[in-house]
Design a protein around this ligand. Structure first.
Ligand code: AMP
Ligand code: ZN
Length: 479
C-alpha cells in the first residue's frame, strides 16, 4: 500500500486545488450554511448537504476529528440575497396566517427528516439563528463604529472599509447590480444590512431591541456570529451552494475581517457545490408542487438513490435532475446491494483471479483525496465489490469502510427496500405476490389463458411483469 494521498480541496478563494492543512493539529472545523426554514427544502438544496456530509465523511476517513456546524436560518433572509424584497419567514407566516415560530419548527423538522433519509451525519451542532441574537448584537456593536453607518432603515456595513471586498466572488467593488436603489442612502451598491429596523408602518412577529432600534438582524450576520461562537475565528472550512459565493459569503468575509481586524477571511477554505438543475422549473419553491425529497419517495424511489445520483457527479459540476437519471441511480444502487449480499454469502464461490485489496484502498484514497472525486470513488467501490479476494472477511471490512465514506448504507439496505413503491399504487405488494403465485401455477398447468388474464389484470393495476429480470425484480410498479 502506498502512503495516503494528501487531501486536496478546491478553495473558491484562490480558485485552485490546495492541500488541506488544518489550523489545529488533527482537527477539522467545518461550517455549512443551512436552510432558511420558510418552506420545504428542494432536492437542489439537499445536494448542498450531501456535499457537506461527503466532505465531513472524507475528513473523518482521513483521520481528522471533525467538528461540523450547520445552521438553521429562522430569521433575516430576504427574498433577495441582498437587501431587497421581503423577509422570507415573515412572508410565509403572513401567507399561512401562522406564527413564525410554528413555521420555523415545521420546516426545520421537515429538513431534518430529509437529512436523516439521505443518511447525512448529524453535525456536532445545529445552530439556530434566533438563539444567537444577543451575540449578533454584541458582534455588530464591536464593528459598528469602524465599519458601519446608520440609516433610517437600519445599520449598514460599509464594504469600502475592508480590503478586497468581494474577492471571493471576483466581483467589482462598485457593485453595479442595480441594488443601490433598493435602500435609500446606501453608500455603495454592495453595502449590506447588519441590522434592519422595523419600519414604523410595519409589524413584525420577530423583532428585538438593539442600539439601532427595534428590528431584526441582517441575514449575513448570523453565520459570522455562529461560526465564531462554535468554531472560533478563523476556522478551517466554510461550505455552501455556489450562489453563496456571490453575495452571502463575501459579506460574511467582510464581517469577519472587520471583527478580527485583519485581512483574514475567517475560514481557510471556502468550498461551494454547483447546482442541481431541472429544466421544467419544478424545483422552484413557488411552483406549487415542487421537487422535494418526499416527492421522490412518493413516486416510489428510495431516498438513497438520490444520494447516489448526487455522488455520481463531482460536487463542482452542474447536475441535471431527471426521473430517468434517478431510476438509473436506483438500479446502480441495487446492483451494489446485490454485490454486498453475494459477498456475505459464505457459500458463494470465489470467481475470477484473486486480487490484492490494497490496490483498492490506494485507488479509493486517491479518488476522495482529489477534491472529493466521488464518481471515481464509486467505481473503486464497485470494483472492490465485484472482485475475489483471498480473505472474504477482510474484503467485507474494506467494502464496509468505503461505504461508510460514501454513506450509501449498503450493508443495511436490502433489494426489497429498493423496490419502486409509488404512493399512488392501487394494489399492495402482497396482492401482487399472490397474483404472481397464481400465475406461476397456471403456467405450470399450461393454462396460458389464465396466466395471460392474470398478467393483463396486473397491467391494468399498473404492475409490469418482468419474467427473468436479471436484477431479480420480477415485477415493477409504474411510477
Ligand atoms: P437556502 O435555504 O435558500 O439558503 O439554500 C440552502 C442551500 O442550498 C444553500 O447552500 C444554497 O446555496 C443551496 N442551493 C440552492 N439551490 C440549489 C441548487 N439548485 N442546487 C444545489 N444547491 C442549491
Ligand atoms: Zn450562511
Amino acid at each position: 500500500m502506498k502512503t495516503a494521498a494528501p487531501l486536496m480541496l478546491f478553495n473558491s478563494l484562490t480558485r485552485t486545488l490546495e492541500p488541506f492543512v488544518p489550523l489545529h493539529v488533527g482537527e477539522a472545523r467545518v461550517y455549512t450554511c443551512g436552510p432558511t426554514v420558510y418552506n420545504y427544502p428542494h432536492i437542489g438544496n439537499m445536494r448542498a448537504y450531501v456535499f457537506a456530509d461527503t466532505l465531513g465523511r472524507v475528513l473523518s476517513y482521513k483521520g481528522y476529528k471533525v467538528t461540523h456546524v450547520i445552521n438553521i436560518t429562522d430569521v433575516g433572509h430576504l427574498t433577495d440575497d441582498a437587501d431587497a424584497g421581503e423577509d422570507k419567514m415573515e412572508k410565509m407566516a403572513a401567507e399561512k396566517a401562522q406564527s413564525i415560530w410554528d413555521i420555523a419548527r415545521h420546516y426545520t423538522e421537515a429538513y431534518w427528516a430529509d437529512v436523516k433519509a439521505l443518511n447525512i451525519r448529524q453535525p456536532a451542532h445545529w445552530s439556530i439563528a434566533t438563539d444567537y441574537v444577543p451575540q449578533m448584537i454584541e458582534f455588530a456593536k464591536s464593528i459598528a463604529d469602524t465599519h458601519c453607518y446608520l440609516l433610517d432603515s437600519g445599520l449598514y456595513f460599509d464594504t469600502s472599509t475592508v480590503a478586497n471586498y468581494g474577492a471571493l466572488a471576483r466581483a467589482r467593488t462598485d457593485g453595479g447590480e442595480g441594488r443601490i436603489e433598493e435602500v435609500a442612502g446606501k453608500r455603495h451598491a454592495a453595502d449590506f444590512a447588519i441590522w434592519r429596523k422595523t419600519p414604523a408602518s410595519e409589524t413584525r412577529q420577530m423583532e428585538w431591541d438593539s442600539p439601532w432600534g427595534r428590528g431584526a438582524p441582517g441575514w449575513h450576520l448570523e453565520c459570522s456570529v455562529m461560526s465564531e461562537a462554535l468554531l472560533g475565528l478563523p476556522f478551517d472550512i466554510h461550505t455552501g451552494g455556489i450562489d453563496h459565493r456571490e453575495i452571502h459569503h463575501p459579506n460574511e468575509i467582510a464581517q469577519n475581517q472587520a471583527r478580527c481586524h485583519s485581512d483574514d477571511s475567517g475560514a481557510r477554505y471556502w468550498m461551494h457545490n454547483n447546482f442541481l438543475i431541472e429544466r421544467s422549473g419544478k424545483m422552484s419553491k413557488s411552483a406549487g408542487e415542487f421537487l422535494r425529497l418526499q416527492l421522490l419517495i412518493d413516486k416510489g424511489f428510495h431516498p438513497l438513490a438520490y444520494r447516489l445520483m448526487c455522488l455520481q457527479a463531482h460536487y463542482r459540476s452542474e447536475l441535471e435532475f431527471s426521473w430517468e437519471n434517478l431510476a438509473a441511480a436506483l438500479v446502480r444502487l441495487k446492483r451494489m446491494v446485490m454485490g454486498v449480499t453475494r459477498l456475505r454469502d459464505i457459500t458463494a464461490a470465489h470467481k475470477g483471479p484473486v486480487v490484492e485489496l490494497a490496490n483498492f484502498v490506494d485507488q479509493f484514497d486517491s479518488a476522495v483525496s482529489n477534491d472529493l472525486n466521488t464518481p471515481e470513488a464509486l467505481l473503486v467501490l464497485e470494483a472492490a465489490l465485484a472482485s475475489s479476494a483471498k480473505d472474504r472477511e477482510v474484503q467485507i471490512a474494506l467494502v464496509q469502510k468505503l461505504d461508510s465514506v460514501l454513506g450509501l448504507n449498503l450493508f443495511s439496505l436490502t433489494r426489497a427496500d429498493l423496490r419502486i413503491r409509488p404512493k399512488s399504487a392501487v394494489i399492495t405488494e402482497a396482492e401482487i405476490e399472490a397474483a404472481l403465485a397464481d400465475r406461476r401455477e397456471a403456467r405450470a398447468a399450461k393454462d396460458f389463458a389464465k396466466s395471460d388474464a392474470i398478467r393483463d389484470d396486473l397491467i391494468a393495476k399498473g404492475v409490469e411483469v418482468m419474467d427473468g429480470d436479471p436484477l431479480g425484480w420480477d415485477w415493477k410498479l409504474e411510477i
